[in-house]
Design a protein around this ligand. Structure first.
Ligand SMILES: N[C@@H](CCC(=O)N[C@@H](CS)C(=O)NCC(=O)O)C(=O)O
Ligand SMILES: [Fe+2]
Length: 233
């Protein structure tokens, strides 16, 4: 499998490139609009054809590159059917499988950070979006967020994966690049060590985080798959 982890520094977003080494068809998971030229250059350098863009959710902190990539490369956009964004070419649900030639990506519904969050699992790795972060988890105070649902998604679904499964999140704000299910089960600051559902809900309710800086621009744009008006001039 061809695999790259890419980073967008303004929103500290990780984007993942996964491709079949034989057919050279690729997916980008959570691409960021500001990085579009970097993706185009990387696809050309590696000789890859972009088949799909996969969103883990409707992001609140950056605009997705999905629509621009669709226009440029003909890639198909994929999003949860619970995300409230019918602009996607494929609306997926728990248990669906996205086949990229020799690579299969399984959709795992992991709602709670938003109502329409999914994770994607392939082989020994899982792309958890903002459901499970390294040492933390997504906030639950907007976009249909629900701490109890997030607890259930993480403990019943993600923590049920083998301990050695590699965890690749949509963000890290401290430069960490990956974790494992076993490490998060043991020491995640918000849910590790068997924290109870009630204690987790109370902890999330007390966070009082500032609003993401780009939320007012990002959410409407991402509900339209990242379609932005062409710039004049
Ligand atoms: N300072 C960042 C904060 C972004 C933010 O709140 N991110 C969300 C994901 S969309 C989150 O859940 N962060 C987890 C946390 O801060 O614990 C910004 O303005 O973009
Ligand atoms: Fe998010």
């Amino acid at each position: 499998m061809v695999f790259r982890q890419l980073f967008e520094p303004i929103s500290s977003t990780y984007t993942y490139l996964v491709a079949d080494p034989d057919t050279r068809r690729a997916v980008l998971i959570d691409p960021v609009l500001d990085e579009i030229e970097a993706y185009s250059a990387l696809l050309a350098e590696l000789g890859l054809e972009l088949a799909y863009t996969l969103e883990t959710h409707v992001h609140a902190d950056h605009v997705t590159a999905a629509d621009t990539l669709r226009q440029r490369f003909g890639s198909r956009t994929v999003l949860s059917r619970d995300a409230g964004a019918p602009c996607a070419d494929a609306l997926v649900a728990d248990g669906d499988r996205i086949q990229l030639d020799g690579i299969e990506l399984e959709v795992i519904a992991t709602p709670g950070h938003t109502a329409g969050c999914v994770s994607y699992r392939t082989g020994d790795r899982v792309f958890t979006g903002d459901a499970l972060l390294i040492g933390g988890c997504g906030r639950t105070d907007f976009q249909g967020g629900d701490a109890g649902r997030l607890y259930d998604s993480i403990t019943n679904k993600l923590f049920a994966l083998p301990d050695e499964t590699l965890v690749f999140p949509a963000h890290d704000y401290k430069g960490r690049t990956s974790s494992t299910i076993g490490a998060e089960k043991e020491s995640n600051a918000r849910l590790g060590g068997g924290r109870s559902r009630d204690a987790f809900i109370a902890l999330m309710a007390a966070l009082e985080l500032p609003r993401p800086k780009q939320i007012d621009r990002a959410v409407p744009a991402n509900l339209a798959c990242g379609r932005v008006a062409p710039t004049q001039g």
